[in-house]
Design a protein around this ligand. Structure first.
Ligand code: ADP
Length: 381
C-alpha cells in the first residue's frame, strides 16, 4: 500500500495539529513552512521551507513523490499556486472557486446575498461620501473591514465618522485592500458551526458552538453552545451545509455567526480547520484535523458526535510566562488537556489552548480558563 501524501501550505498551529491525525491514519503530511522554526515544522513528517509566493518552494512541495492532494492552513494563497497544482496534476482542495469567498469579504457578502443567506447590512466603501452615507443610514457607528488580509480582528475597526477612516480609504485608492462597511450588529453572542465536505458531496456538521472574543481574538469556545434552541441550532447547521454545498467547499469550513434577538447573521467564513473547532480534538469522535484530511482525500467522513455533554476550549495567548516549556509542571488539573504550539511567546499571540470536558458548563468553563491562565502567566497567577 502506498500511503497518501497530503501537502499543506502554511506552517502555523493548524498545520501542526493535522500531524497527529495524519500519523494515526498512516498519511504522510508534507508542509510548506515559512521557516525551520515554524509551529508545524517540528510535527510534520516532511517539510519544505518557503513561502507560497515563491514558485520554487511551491515546485518543491509538489515534487515527486507527488502529493495526493494539496490543502491550506490559511487563506492567503496566491492564484499562481492553484495554477502550479493544476500543471502538476495534483488536486487543490478547497479549490480557488470556493476559497475566494474566504479570502475576500466583499465577494463573500455578495455571494451570501445571492444565496438569500442572512447578512448584516453592508456596502463596499470607495470614498468618504459613501461611508458617511452608510453611517447616516445606520444611524450610528459602523464596522469597517478590509476585504482581504485581515485576521484576529486586524483589518476590522469601528467608525463613527467617515473622516476617522481617511487613512484606510486613501490606502484603498492607492492600491490597498478594498473596504466594506457593515452594520454594527447588536449580537447577544457569537456562534460558530463547522462542516466538513468531501468532493463526492457527503457533508457532516459538528454541534454548534459559542465563541467569546476579546479584543477581536477568540478567547473561549463552548460546545455545544449553552441554551441554544434546537431550532436555532438546526438553522445554523442548515446555513453551513448550504454554504458548503453551494460554494463547492472541500475540507472543513467554519461559519462564524452572530446570534441576535431576530435570528442568525453570517459574520465570516474560514475554509480550513478553525479556532472554533479546536475543542473537537478532545471533545468529538472525529477532530476537525482528522476530518479535514479525510475530506480532502475524499475518504469516508468520521462521526462528529461529542464525547461529553460539555467541552470548553480556552486559548492561551502570550502573557507573563516567557517560556512555555515550564508550564506543564504547573497545571495540576488532571482533566485539562494542554496543547502548546511550539511558538515563541509574544504578547497576545496564540501560543496554545487548553480543553476540558465534563457535565456542567460553569464548572468546565472555570477549569479550562483557570488552566489556560496558569499556562499563560505562571502558577502564581
Ligand atoms: P477577522 O477576520 O479578523 O476574524 P471578523 O470579521 O471575524 O474579523 O471580526 C472580528 C470580530 O469583530 C468579530 O468576531 C466580532 O466580535 C466583531 N465584529 C465583526 N463584524 C462585526 C459586525 N458587523 N458587527 C458587530 N461586531 C462585529
Amino acid at each position: 500500500m502506498t500511503a497518501p501524501i497530503v501537502a499543506v501550505v502554511g506552517g502555523g498551529q493548524l498545520a501542526r495539529m493535522m500531524a497527529p491525525a495524519a500519523t494515526a491514519l498512516g498519511i504522510t503530511l508534507r508542509v510548506l513552512v515559512e521557516s525551520d522554526s515554524a509551529s508545524a515544522a517540528a510535527a510534520a513528517h516532511e517539510t519544505v521551507v518557503g513561502l507560497p509566493t515563491d514558485p520554487d518552494a511551491v515546485a518543491r512541495l509538489l515534487a515527486g513523490p507527488a502529493p495526493t492532494v494539496v490543502t491550506w492552513e490559511h487563506e492567503h494563497i496566491p492564484a499562481d499556486v492553484f495554477d502550479a497544482c493544476r500543471a502538476a496534476g495534483v488536486p487543490a482542495r478547497p479549490g480557488l472557486a470556493a476559497l475566494t469567498f474566504a479570502q475576500d469579504k466583499i465577494a463573500m457578502r455578495a455571494r451570501m446575498a445571492e444565496l438569500g443567506l442572512p447578512n448584516p447590512s453592508w456596502r463596499e466603501i470607495t470614498d468618504e461620501e459613501g461611508l458617511a452615507a452608510f453611517i447616516a443610514d445606520q444611524g450610528g457607528p459602523v464596522v469597517l473591514k478590509t476585504a482581504r488580509g485581515g485576521y484576529d480582528g486586524k483589518g476590522v475597526r469601528i467608525v463613527a465618522q467617515a473622516a476617522d477612516a481617511r487613512d484606510w480609504i486613501e490606502a484603498t485608492a492607492h492600491g490597498g485592500p478594498r473596504l466594506l462597511a457593515e452594520a454594527k450588529v447588536p449580537f447577544t453572542r457569537e456562534l460558530a458551526v463547522q462542516v466538513a465536505r468531501r468532493p463526492s458531496g457527503d457533508a457532516v456538521t459538528w454541534p454548534v458552538v459559542e465563541s467569546v472574543q476579546r479584543d477581536g481574538v477568540c478567547s473561549e469556545v463552548t460546545a455545544p453552545a449553552p441554551g441554544l434552541s434546537a431550532e436555532r441550532a438546526d438553522q445554523a447547521r442548515d446555513i453551513a451545509m448550504r454554504i458548503a454545498t453551494e460554494l463547492g467547499v472541500t475540507g472543513v469550513l467554519a461559519v462564524e455567526l452572530f446570534e441576535t434577538a431576530d435570528g442568525l447573521l453570517i459574520n465570516e467564513l474560514a475554509m480550513r480547520p478553525h479556532n472554533s473547532g479546536h475543542w473537537t480534538i478532545d471533545g468529538s469522535v472525529t477532530s476537525q484535523f482528522e476530518q479535514h484530511l479525510r475530506a480532502v482525500l475524499d475518504l469516508p467522513l468520521g462521526a462528529t458526535t461529542a464525547l461529553a455533554p460539555v467541552t470548553v476550549m480556552a486559548n492561551v495567548l502570550g502573557g507573563a510566562r516567557g517560556d512555555l516549556g515550564t508550564a506543564l509542571t504547573d497545571v495540576s488539573d488532571p482533566g485539562a488537556k494542554v496543547h502548546l504550539y511550539g511558538k515563541g511567546v509574544r504578547q497576545g499571540r496564540k501560543v496554545g489552548h487548553v480543553t476540558v470536558t465534563g457535565d456542567a458548563v460553569d464548572a468546565v468553563y472555570a477549569r479550562a480558563v483557570a488552566s489556560a491562565a496558569i499556562v499563560r502567566d505562571g502558577g502564581a497567577a
